[in-house]
Design a protein around this ligand. Structure first.
Ligand SMILES: Nc1ncnc2c1ncn2[C@@H]1O[C@H](COP(=O)(O)OP(=O)(O)O)[C@@H](O)[C@H]1O
Ligand SMILES: [Mg+2]
Length: 429
């Protein structure tokens, strides 16, 4: 029955997890990943087409007659890859360009939230630096300054002083630090509370929550140092209580999906809400329009359902017909990063111990920034290099298993956090 050829777009740990999970489907005949990485290439075909090259990806999909395209990262979604594929009759998982504005434009999202009556920080949007400065002078600090568009996780400054906010406004609007992604800024009220992420699937009408998960954004133990793409993650996340989950579905995700629909946007794919929770109430910080990386890795290790069936239900607007089957065990992912990360990472360091680590039970070493080196070796080629992911009866056991496998792996300058899952563990203790 395996007859489906699937193209996975992207080349990080998330895409390795997607390809790994899709390969387990009895419906899948062939998987190709563009561009992939050294770990994905060990298991499946990779082609050197960049994840941002919409035209080349659409040509590839037509030429190779893929029956399904699964898009990992946000850039091709906001650039309209799903629209380009649909125009050529190819099924794809992920929102179209108009839906992807939820991540591609913070101003779009804030206006939509206001319109839908969803809780979010008070804000104003500016394209004129003078007007932004005048508003800042009026409201004062602390204040959060956000570049409107995609800025690789570097476009937000939580300013404690007016001087800091002024500088952020100027570097975004005047100096165009993020190019056209900084043609507008959002200035918003600083919220306090605990940050939680919540991922769900939607077909534009139904909302189906994924298992709960939590990531670790800062580079250093105890949530210190600069922000990163994510240094680890675990699932489930005890902070997300059933009550909070119901509140987020009913007061955030459902109204947002309905408001999009009212505007003619049928949003299909993963909807990832970044929330600030205080006294049991959730306020929206932002949306992402795809799986989080690294949350995707522990989530897919726990997902027992066939991912192709799930993706089909989203695309065909039958999400209300399915349920998701999860492994009751917990999963944890420890990210191993290159020297220099989150600044410019050192490339070309030889990675040792991958095969030994992969022999640990219930453990998968997902690759991110890796490339093939000389003599069959694997070398570092990006900031986040590997995501060592393991299952365990409890979060503590999953975390311990991920660290046990990590102990086998070495490359020059390797850095990782020693406290993945700490918040969940202190909560359950
Ligand atoms: N209104 C806010 N109040 C307090 N902290 C905020 C606020 N908005 C964003 N942040 C902080 O900044 C981080 C990045 O902001 P976010 O909106 O998630 O943008 P991005 O992920 O695109 O960089 C958040 O994870 C949060 O820690
Ligand atoms: Mg964020």
């Amino acid at each position: 029955m395996s007859s489906l050829d699937v193209l996975v777009v992207g080349g990080g740990g998330r895409e390795h997890a997607l390809a790994w999970k899709l390969a387990q489907s009895p419906r899948v005949r062939r998987i190709v990943c563009a561009p992939g990485n050294a770990g994905i290439a060990r298991e499946t075909e990779c082609v050197a087409v960049p994840a941002e090259d919409v035209a080349a990806l659409a040509d590839l999909a037509v030429r190779e007659r893929f029956g399904l395209v699964v898009v990992g990262p946000e850039a091709p979604l906001t650039a309209g890859l799903v629209d380009a594929l649909a125009a050529r009759g190819i099924r794809a998982f992920g929102p179209t360009r108009d839906g992807a504005q939820l991540e591609g434009s913070k101003a779009f999202t804030k206006d939509l939230l206001r319109d839908a009556g969803v809780a979010t920080a008070a804000y104003e949007t500016f394209d004129d630096p003078e007007a932004a400065h005048a508003y800042l002078a009026r409201v004062g600090a602390p204040i959060v300054v956000k570049a409107d568009g995609l800025a690789a996780g570097k476009g937000v400054v939580v300013a404690e002083t007016v001087a800091e906010a002024r500088e952020a406004i100027d570097s975004i609007l005047r100096d165009r630090l993020f190019g056209e992604a900084g043609a507008r800024v959002v200035l918003e009220e600083k919220l306090v509370g605990e940050e939680v992420s919540f991922l769900a699937l939607t077909d534009g009408r139904s909302v189906l929550p994924l298992a709960t998960s939590q990531d670790h954004k800062r580079i250093g133990d105890g949530d210190t140092g600069p922000n990163t793409g994510g240094m680890g993650a675990y699932s489930p996340a005890p902070i997300m209580t059933p009550e909070l989950e119901r509140e987020v579905v009913a007061r955030v995700l459902q109204p947002v999906v309905a408001k999009l629909r009212e505007r003619g946007i049928v949003y299909k794919g993963v909807l990832y809400a970044g929330l600030m929770v205080s006294e049991g109430r959730a306020s929206v910080l932002e949306f992402n329009v795809r799986f989080g990386d690294p949350e995707c890795q522990p989530l897919l290790m726990r997902l027992r359902s066939d991912l192709v069936d799930v993706v089909d239900a989203v695309i065909d607007e039958r999400l209300h017909e399915i349920t998701l089957d999860w492994d009751p065990r917990a999963a944890a992912c420890v990210v191993l990063a290159a020297a220099g990360y989150p600044g410019t990472p050192a490339k070309g360091a030889v990675i040792r111990g991958l095969d030994v680590a992969a022999r640990e039970p219930d453990t998968v070493v997902f690759h991110a920034g890796t490339a093939g080196g000389s003599g069959g070796s694997v070398v570092t080629s990006g900031g986040r290099v590997l995501g060592v992911t393991a299952l365990g009866e409890t979060i503590a056991e999953a975390v311990a298993a991920a660290y046990r496998a990590t102990a086998h792996i070495h490359f020059d300058g390797m850095q990782f956090r020693r406290d993945i899952g700490r918040r969940a563990l202190s909560r359950s203790a």
